[in-house]
Design a protein around this ligand. Sequence first.
Ligand code: AMP
Length: 304
Amino acid sequence: MKILVGGSVAIDNVKTPSANETNLLGGSASYAALAAAKLTTPVHLLGIIGNDFPQEHLEMLAKNGVDLSGLETSDQPSFTWTGEYHENMNERSTHSVAINVLENWQVKVPTDLADAPFIILANMAPVNQLQMLEQCTAAEKFVVADTMDLWINVANEELHQVLKKIDLLVINEGEAREFSGTSQLILAGEKLLEKGPRYIVIKLGEFGALLFGPDHSFFRCGAWPLRELADPTGAGDTFLGGLVGSLAAEGAIQPSFQQLKQAIVKGSILASFTCENFSTKSLESAKKEHFSARLEQFQRISTW
Ligand code: AMP
């Protein structure tokens, strides 16, 4: 079943305490699309790149099953994000965000992709998320969105409009506390449900994720116990893509809570690959059997 993924397709420059890598493939939609394509196809990427975008990144995505027919190319430079991780890799500083092509982007959904039943609104301006969603025509669809602190601060009203139109919001822990106005995470999840989505997922980084649903349904999933953390950029976006990829692989447009639980576990396992190397390098090379082996072991260490 078709998945349509919209968001940023970026050039990233990432510094960690041990390395400094430039001209990497980045962007919320790139990670989400690649992750979804690890579990099912077709996956269609919707975004905009500049005339400076490395061809090899596009070739890698296409080779891994991501359809690029919805990717626009502009004459301006690409969206470029430069960030640095510190000794504690949970702390990240953004050094620069060159908006470039994203500044005046008007999302256009090609007509042959508009009927996708699974929609991923990866991190981008809420106004772009709304534009994309307005053009999606499937009578029955499952819509998942991500956001970030920037949009909570500068586009709060549009973000609230997005929340009224989606099925599931994925948000990280700090942003959930900020957006809900409460420091108590369980309460934060419940308050976010009141803003519109049927489900809320709060990401807890190396500690996994929390799922909140109707009638106080709740699930807590851990994260894969990683020893090597090279670059956590895009882990959240990978989680998002894996979650939706899992639902689409089962054709679950109206997923049961059990299907959502499984989707969150699979998203969490895929995110562990992203953290092991820069950009999408580890996710690219992760084979089905690597994923299945982690999934099996994860089940063993998570139940008693
Ligand atoms: P994450 O680590 O999940 O927060 O995602 C990091 C990715 O988000 C990077 O590859 C960036 O290129 C991309 N990114 C950073 N800032 C923004 C923004 N304002 N809008 C869209 N994407 C962004």
